[in-house]
Write a protein that binds this ligand. Sequence first.
Ligand SMILES: *Cc1c(COP(=O)(O)O)cnc(C)c1O
Length: 365
Amino acid sequence: MIPLVDIKTEYEQLKNELNRAILDVLESSYFILGPEGEKLEKEISQYIGVSHALGVANGTDALLLCLEALNIGSGDEVITTPFTFFATAEVIARVGATPVFVDIDPKTYNMNPELIESVITEKTKAIIVVHLFGQSVDMDAIMTISNKYNLRVIEDACQSIGASYRGKKVGSFGDFGCFSFFPSKNLGAYGDGGMIVTNNSDLFSKLKLLRNHGSSERYVHTDIGLNSRLDEIQAAILRVKFKRLDEWNNRRKELAENYSLELADTVKVPVEAEDREHVYHQYCIETSQREKLAQFLEQKEIATGIYYPIPLHLQQAFIHLGYKNDHFPVSEGCAKRILALPINPMMTQKQQDYIIAAIKEFFGD
Ligand SMILES: *Cc1c(COP(=O)(O)O)cnc(C)c1O
């Protein structure tokens, strides 16, 4: 089977270095909040081009902690996209606020900035933008709106580490940028992990307290926080992989370019919007024959994925928000047609050629 992600080959390639890094942590006896985590924070903040980075337990907690640091909760509204992983909106509800969805741009699958102003109310406190599949949201448009209405901006960059907009890395535009190191992400740990970046020193201090039980001094607690830390073993693993991130993202771009050249006449291929560098966490095509194509490819031992089959406004968990079918036609349409093809830095040209040939065979091209 050609897998969507190939964590095994990646491990085999870096085995000695990864094993060494893990053993060094075991021998150091530092497991929570130690030198590896601090070094990774420094490396990531430099890479993204921000003043601060903070390791946390996972990408979901990264988003949650940002809302907590901004004191967003009951009675507040947060605008986001319905076409994303559940966690983006889950954290809004988790802090007691209300997720308010706006539909997406059919070209980029990202939140359509033109639709935002019409849902802003007195209660609106923030916008969580999602840089979906590896491509940046139109950040100029978002920052113009947020400045005009004095709204906070949290960037869910969990799928887009390394992507940029007008030469600046995603995560560096809003009040906060959030990253996930879930194993299948472009930079993946061997377990859970996450990171928050910010240029705001006050908010950074607050986040630092919140991730560690509201405490900056042992057994002294000034805030109600939580336990959400990136452990040293994961940080050490991530530091080994981080050195390859740009190289791996470049390989993803190369694979995406090949796919698009070969498949553009057969299916709808991803659109790279102007001034954006896409890092192809997913390579998604659209076809009205999605189910049959997926089945055909499975018979040929090619894995595919559907991101995402049910937009968030139609999820059972959000039924109380009162959204109905046809509320967000672009998201609903994409959810029915979209199909992710294997794209990962370990993929060989032979594998990709085989996938392309199989898709052409299905469509009789
Ligand atoms: C993966 C992901 C998350 C959650 O990250 P975890 O580390 O799994 O908690 C949030 N938002 C988006 C868009 C994601 O892709």
